[in-house]
Design a protein around this ligand. Sequence first.
Ligand code: UDX
Length: 420
Amino acid sequence: MEVAGLDNNQIKVKSLKAGSTPIREKDLDKLLKAGLASHRLAFTTNYKDLVGAELFFLAVGTPSLTSGRIDLSQIKSATDALAAVIEHTDGYPIVVVKSTVVPGTARDLKKRLETLSAKKAGVDFGVCSNPEFLREGSAIHDTLHPDRIVLGVEDARTSRVMKDFCKRFYGKNTPEIVETDHSTAELVKYASNAFLATKVSFTNLMARICEKLPQSNIDEVAHAMGLDPRIGGLFLEAGPGFGGSCFPKDVQALVTYAEGLGVDSSFLRAVQKINETQPNHVLSLSKDSLGELTGKVVAVLGVSFKPGTDDIRESRAIKLIEVLLRDGARPRIYDPNALENAKEILGSSVTYCKSALQCIFGAEMVVIMNAEPEFKKLKPEDFLRLMKQPVVIDTRRMYRPDEFDGKIRLISVGRSGQVQ
Ligand code: UDX
């Protein structure tokens, strides 16, 4: 197989050609360099270089508009540019829509391609909706080991070519291929992400209940629930809420889309509400030991939306820091990967630290926001020795309460009684 990657960002393409990727993921650089060395992988900014390809994977961004709808402008401009490529490509080129798009998008794209290329879908070219389910940070693994492949196809030739392609790519490890029409495939992506987000918010709601019960622990509740195969044990980890470039955007897009169809979305709005209020809720847990936050030095460990990434999009830590600032606290922050990105948003409003130990120095409260392995290495003695007043909020339950002696107030999200 030969692959050409196109982007209209010249700087990105230049650095990819040089073997460097803007995305942080283990082994991605290695894979990129191997592809370039084999001369089977190339990058370009010029659509003309794509003429003659058999499959065109469309994976442009679909960000949120302020109305909550998704912005399809990148899909539209890429479709227009692809129409000229399709026009000059013989055989049966297929446009595969990977981007997350609301139902109806692939059909509109198909019509637009027909109009602009003067070719006929199902006769001269095909369109396939093929949502991806990759997680940031494990995209290579998720690409190579998918749980399922969803193909939204509406003509027999596209169906045949796409299934052959998947079988060639995955061989005997080909997972179940679910073949549907375009709109169903498009909805599967939103339904999947909204359901996973629902699991997280549901768990955070249960965590709030656990906090009020004697000797209760959300992890035990989640574990016991998850043993039921109808529920499943994944995405039942309580914390500060979900962030990232997908869940918040996709839930919002689904709400807006459903309401546009006249479908009541209060269920999904409740999922959003729990998520939006969770950073405030986390801080409220410290009220009885810390009182008002005005003037207090608060250390925040973990700024990215999940460990191991520099991505701070919709990160709950950023929301929490904004609440701290609004309440007059003085945040000190540390993250092994995400401080550069945090600086772009938070500017000089917080103190940036070079290590977890430096960050907790002189703090009156520490909030652990993501489960970076290095935070687990902090010992009760470190908090006692370095903090002005040892109050620790552990949103990810990294620390065992019995390892902290009574001198440290350990407050764990989802654990009862805020045991010492
Ligand atoms: C997600 C989907 O998992 C993926 O299938 C889709 O293609 C893109 O969106 P990603 O955004 O990379 O992937 O992050 P994910 O690992 O799913 O986590 C999303 C957020 O939920 C993070 O903020 C994470 O901390 C939070 N989360 C996840 C929890 O709080 N608890 C959990 O149990 C799981």
